[in-house]
Design a binder for this molecule. Sequence first.
Ligand SMILES: [Zn+2]
Length: 330
Amino acid sequence: MALRHDRLEVLDRYLRIPTVSRQVTPEMVEAVRALWRGLGLELTPLMPVEGEATPALYGELPGPAGAPALLLYGHYDVQPTGDVARWQWQGTKCEPFVPAYFLDGKSVAPRTVDEASLDRVVLVARGGADNKGQHLSNVLGAMDAVRAGTAQWRVKIILDGEEEHGSPNLAAIARAHRSRLTADVLIGSDGPKQKDAPTLVMGVRGLLTVDLVADNGQSASVHSGNYGNIVPNPVLPLARLIGDIEERVRTYAAAHDRFRREATEVFANPAHARHAAGRDSGDRRARGRRASGTHAGRRVHGAGQRPARQLHVAGAPGVRLALTSARGAR
Ligand SMILES: [Zn+2]
């Protein structure tokens, strides 16, 4: 039995555990642990000191004495399925937690496919690409190195159980288990595989969301037929506030872009930094602007057609900022 087929079968079993974020049961956690135990890795549930949480799962792989520690992060929770009736691949009905395999558009059993052709097989199941496939392959790779006696690092593994709804307890879990999680390097084993090649991503965008509520101070509906005077419509101050946020984001992005440009000039090519600063600054500025990747999106809801009755409105501005990366974010 070929190794790649065996590994695909492990992923298949992993994907059949329906660990939808926020709906992970203790039985599912045990099923995940049992799968890893079968592979030779004991995972310990980590909880925050206080509060309810889906546990993160923690494990360690030994390395040579005095070796530095690498912390591998992945998550075993998955996105909700959405409308299951709409799950299909090129016209063939699929189910989120029953992996389906296709080769050249035809349904196929992976065992009947030779090893080389496995690269062309499409696997359809919830959580395969986010994130069970990635962390399974990374951890199995580290385990192979341990078995072969070639491991140069001690590897610590943390599998988050709440990533798909914002990891609300991960910080508390990290604080509560600080000494276990301490490492020299962290690899986030989550994200796409660029151009189907092994990829080391050095930076990603951050996301900040806030809820803003503007209130006109009225405790009840003030119907225009019953009440006099002017009732301020809170849509207007909210709109001004959101406009102000966008302005500030642009200002910040401009400052940040300057910083990135200068950092690139200093660090990217030290031998030519001085020369490039003089000759290429125009180019770099143009490229930097294109690469700044700053978006300010916003939603306003609650703005009704009857301002006299309008008590409050809420806005949820979402701001994405491209943080420093060598190639710039797109
Ligand atoms: Zn993910």
